[in-house]
Design a protein around this ligand. Structure first.
Ligand SMILES: [Mg+2]
Length: 288
């Protein structure tokens, strides 16, 4: 384990009780459709510790129900209410705007999930872009572009540049969002990580503050960047996007561990520091 944290951050973190964990999925709990060694036991350990959790993932090709079924089938003990994806955030956004309709640029599975908000051939208030792997060439992108030129706003489930597919790096939704932004001159409203709204919505769901939650992920931009933006502590694992790279600049405040398997030991050490620091405060000693 190679933990790094500034002494100030360590002292501050040690004094705040941890109540919840925001866990990334791909590269953190799962890799190539299989649980990462230690993921199953760490989830169980977090529950036994009484921590609440949300699986905060940018998966934008499948419904939260499908994600929950897949994780359960892989042996991870999760509940549907704990799955927090951009699909959840976008559905909440649209449910608050009952008259508004979307032109959908989504996978078939998600198009069915958003059917109640589908503009069909009618006027669209928004173009909603998610995973574009099922797109059949130029025509669907051009149709979406025309809706934007007719006055629709641009909504993006997430704006990742690329993702690690089984056979190599692959274009992610953000590449198509950028294409539509460039052509239309619009800036998309983005639902997924690292959007501050997304993290705040998950924290509100958990009923805790950012300082009481820990973000755990593999992506310096989406996970550590989002955590920093809301003021939550963050742990990065090396089993995904970060790999063996170092962390730089203001990311030095995050902890880096080899994998999710090392999280229980890290949190035990944090609890020990907190107990020691609290005892030190009670007796008037400065926490060491
Ligand atoms: Mg990830």
């Amino acid at each position: 384990m190679t933990g790094r944290e500034t002494p100030q951050a360590a002292s501050r973190g040690a004094l705040t009780p941890l109540r919840a964990v925001l866990l990334d999925v791909d590269g953190t709990l799962m890799s190539r459709g299989q649980p990462i060694p230690g993921a199953v036991s760490t989830l169980r350990w977090l529950r036994e510790w009484g921590l609440r959790m949300r699986l905060l993932t940018n998966i934008d090709s499948r419904t939260p129900e499908t994600v929950c079924r897949e994780l359960s089938a892989a042996g991870l003990e999760v509940e549907i209410a704990e799955i927090f994806t951009p699909v959840v955030a976008a559905l909440r956004f649209l449910e608050q705007r009952p008259g508004e309709r979307c032109h959908l640029l989504l996978s078939a599975e998600l198009a069915a999930r958003f059917a109640a908000h589908d503009a069909g051939e009618g006027r669209a208030d928004h173009v909603l872009v998610g995973d574009c792997r099922e797109l059949a060439g130029f025509a669907p992108l051009d149709a979406a572009f025309r809706r934007l030129m007719d006055g629709a706003g641009l909504l993006a489930l997430q704006r990742g540049r690329w993702w690690q597919a089984q056979d190599g790096p692959s274009l992610d939704t953000g590449a198509f969002v950028a294409l539509l932004e460039y052509a239309s001159g619009q800036t998309a409203r983005t639902f997924g990580k690292p959007s501050v709204d997304f993290f705040e919505m998950a924290l509100a769901d958990l009923g805790c503050t950012a300082a009481e939650a820990l973000v755990v992920g593999d992506d310096p931009e989406n996970d550590a960047g989002g955590a920093r933006a809301v003021g939550a502590p963050c742990v990065l694992v090396r089993t995904g996007k970060l790999g063996t790279r170092g962390v730089e600049g203001d990311q030095m405040a995050v902890m880096v561990i080899d994998s999710i398997a090392a999280l229980p030991a890290l949190l035990e050490a944090r609890r020990h520091r907190r107990t020691t620091a609290t005892r030190g405060l009670r007796t008037g000693r400065h926490p060491s």
